[in-house]
Design a protein around this ligand. Sequence first.
Ligand code: PGA
Length: 234
Amino acid sequence: MNKNVSQTKDYFSELLPLISTDKREVVIFPPFTSLSAAVSCTQGSCVKIGAQNMYFEDSGAFTGEVSAEMIRDTGAVRVLVGHSERRTLFGETDETVNKKLRKAFETGLSPIMCVGEDLNQRQSGETFDFIASQIRNGLAGIENDSIVVAYEPIWAIGTGVTATSGQAEEVCGFIRERLAEQFGNAADGIRILYGGSVKAGNIKELMAMEDIDGVLVGGASLKSEFADIVNYDD
Ligand code: PGA
């Protein structure tokens, strides 16, 4: 919940001159009210726009909700589904995640499904069982292997505590194994992102990991540091 329309315009006029890449997919996820402005600002640039959430019904009496089609209509191309804040603060479940993923694909929006354990689960050794169940239930019945999965340990989001590259790789590798059970060999090509206190100072080490194909950046995306993350030298 950052940046109104005029702040969004300022943001892109500062950011866009700093990044130019056809090698990396760069997507910014502003709040709903800034989607259209963000799409206009980024036209002709290497940056695409996505939404932070969506609802799984097409239209109707669902006050306060925004459909996949409404998002698509702004020119946005991606959507985040099941971010941990949606799950912990707003009651999102694996079942609603699954419905949203289905609707996103049906509408032509490319979804990113977020998964991740909290500190209690990590400390009590439940991480792998929990992630496996989020993947199994979130992706139940979904055959579209253009899904992107973001591993975001809750204890690392917005805390300044980044998972070590070893911890992140261990879970991302585990996620790829679970994806292989569902998608077979196509799992090798499914993009798995790491998120949680990603910064210019740790991007290189994280991206060097075999099963980390990209990152989901929160706090650092609000600063010009984001350009250094996009432009990191591999
Ligand atoms: P952070 O946020 O980079 O500030 O930890 C990540 C996220 O919210 O997805």
